[in-house]
Design a protein around this ligand. Structure first.
Ligand SMILES: Nc1ncnc2c1ncn2[C@@H]1O[C@H](COP(=O)(O)OP(=O)(O)O)[C@@H](O)[C@H]1O
Ligand SMILES: [Mg+2]
Length: 257
């Protein structure tokens, strides 16, 4: 008999905003689900972009990730279906912003999500967590609950500084809170093949983080940016565009890694 293995929990993390965390969380989840791996996406960002990007109204969710964090609800009470077959969502809520202060006063405040995700709904094979653009308590909860970090990075000069900081955070979390936290990879996003800066940054990031940079490059693609306003992943919005192909390739690369 096969032992049931706990599903991998991948935190999509970068303290910088606008680098493609939410876009990657939504489209990578959809791509994993598409190839037959039921996936749970946890929206841990008070801005709730993963929730609205998948067509759910974050103001209307009665139960959200907030209730999972406070222990008021179990994951099966909070989880919602999405328009994507095989993809379920723990929605966020705008109120989560104020809750960060409230959570700070709770015992084991950095392990609240880990506790909430101790039992994952049956059938789910992969969990992704969309993190807020900071290294505050919410992101720390993601890193304690996760088995690995996926780091979307934009091809710009300041990316290198940000990556250094993230790798330091990774070491800190490993040594103090979650010794098994791995790096799933660094994924270069909004890649513009026509600019020399993009290639220069890619080369530098590959040199400074030789084992972590993923082969798949996510191109800058207008269909990717249009999809969330239709409440869809890019894989449903325009299944044959370059953006959809890139996220399928990313899913394949990560599943084979
Ligand atoms: N590959 C891409 N091509 C075009 N636009 C993109 C791409 N990735 C992200 N974007 C756009 O960039 C903005 C920031 O992306 P987002 O995923 O919300 O970043 P984050 O979650 O890190 O703040 C969004 O408007 C998104 O639609
Ligand atoms: Mg985001």
């Amino acid at each position: 008999m096969l032992a049931t293995m706990a599903p991998p929990i991948i935190a999509v993390v970068n303290q910088k905003g606008g680098v493609g965390k939410t876009t990657t969380a939504i489209n990578l989840s959809a791509a994993m689900a598409e190839v037959g791996h039921p996936t749970l996406l946890v929206d841990l960002d008070p801005q709730a972009n993963s929730t609205s990007g998948l067509g759910l109204d974050p103001a209307r969710a009665r139960l959200s990730v907030y209730h999972l964090l406070t222990g008021e609800a179990a994951v099966e009470q909070v989880v919602q279906p999405t328009g994507v077959a095989g993809l379920t969502l723990v929605p966020s809520h705008i109120d989560l912003a104020g809750a960060e202060i409230e959570l700070a006063g709770m015992p084991d405040r950095e392990a609240l999500l880990q506790k909430g995700l101790a039992v994952i709904p049956p059938g789910v094979e992969i969990v992704l967590i969309d993190c807020p653009p900071s290294l505050g308590l919410l992101t720390l909860n993601a890193l304690v609950a996760a088995t690995s970090m996926l780091i979307p990075t934009q091809c710009e000069y300041f990316a290198l500084e940000g990556l250094r900081h993230l790798m330091y955070t990774h070491q800190l979390v490993r040594s103090r809170l979650n010794p098994k936290l791995a790096i799933a990879g660094i994924v270069m996003t909004q890649f513009d093949t026509r600019t020399t800066l993009a290639w220069d940054v890619l080369q530098t990031v590959r040199r400074t983080h030789p084992h972590h940079v993923l082969e798949t490059l996510i191109p800058r693609n207008v269909r990717i940016s249009e999809a969330p306003s239709h409440g869809k992943s890019v894989l449903e919005y325009d299944p044959t565009c370059r953006g959809a192909a890139a996220y399928r390739a990313l899913a394949k690369e990560l599943l084979e890694r």
